[in-house]
Design a protein around this ligand. Structure first.
Ligand SMILES: *Cc1c(COP(=O)(O)O)cnc(C)c1O
Length: 240
């Protein structure tokens, strides 16, 4: 088994064992493999291991790598063991003038944090006849330099986004601060889960508001414990 395969199995093991311990259904947890700055041959290897959810945090890189992967999948043809298609998640900050360039390429945009950005995605999506899935990124750590809507403004923004007819608001995304203090990390994830449940309870969102994207290489176990449905994992698979 290759090193990458071992590390992916390790992540799957942690997901399964954590879910078993706390009584969650592991099949409700999806992990996105974050490929930023990873060589294309390595990405191909990941896809060959059956991973179909991939993430990038920069528009330029997402465009480049998704085109390369499309090319590979096309070249491989019908008898290939590779999956026919992969799903790209845009997980990083998105500028309004870059929206059109990635809209047709992504299956989910995790980083919507202003009404202006949501409106831009909505109007571009309308022109392109698309209904993209988006997540509202919430700044649960309340660090001023972090992207994301403040917790206190999230409910209102979710309501406003719900009025935009070409968007499918699928849930929330958050990032914990870079710290070894597990209590601080957990507090962010708890805040996100409480907000998630509160928004669901207000009935401003539809039945498709089901995703809670939180947890990275260093904190995904805590995220699972606090209710994450989508993990975004890079370095635990590619570094070291
Ligand atoms: C890079 C990145 C990740 C993955 O981080 P790792 O620590 O490498 O697992 C997750 N989410 C976002 C938004 C990122 O930019």
């Amino acid at each position: 088994m290759t090193r990458i395969a071992e590390k992916i199995n390790k992540v799957k093991d942690v997901i399964n064992s954590t879910c078993a311990r706390i009584g969650r259904d592991a099949s409700r947890i999806k992990f996105v493999v974050v490929t930023k700055s990873v060589e294309i041959d390595t990405i191909k290897e990941v896809i060959g291991l059956g991973i179909t959810e991939l993430g990038e945090n920069r528009v330029q890189q997402l465009k480049k790598v998704s085109a390369q992967v499309d090319e590979i999948l096309k070249r491989e043809g019908d008898n290939s063991p590779l999956p026919k298609k992969v799903n790209w998640h845009m997980i990083g900050h998105l500028q309004r003038n870059k929206v059109r360039g990635i809209l047709g390429l992504t299956s989910m945009i995790h980083s919507v944090d202003t009404l202006r950005l949501a409106e831009e995605i909505n109007s571009s999506a309308e022109k392109m006849d698309l209904c993209p899935h988006i997540l509202l990124q919430v700044n649960t750590s309340e660090e001023p330099q972090k992207y994301g809507v403040p917790v206190g403004a999230s409910m209102h923004l979710a309501e406003q986004i719900e009025t935009l007819s070409n968007l499918k608001l699928a849930g929330l995304m958050t990032m914990a601060p870079l710290t070894h203090n597990k209590d601080v990390i957990r507090a962010c994830f708890v805040r996100a889960r409480e907000l998630f449940i509160e928004i669901q309870g207000e009935k401003i969102v539809g039945p498709n508001f089901t995703e809670l994207s939180m947890g990275m290489s260093s904190d995904y176990q805590i995220a699972i414990e606090e209710g994450a449905t989508i993990l975004r994992i890079g370095s635990a698979i590619f570094s070291g």
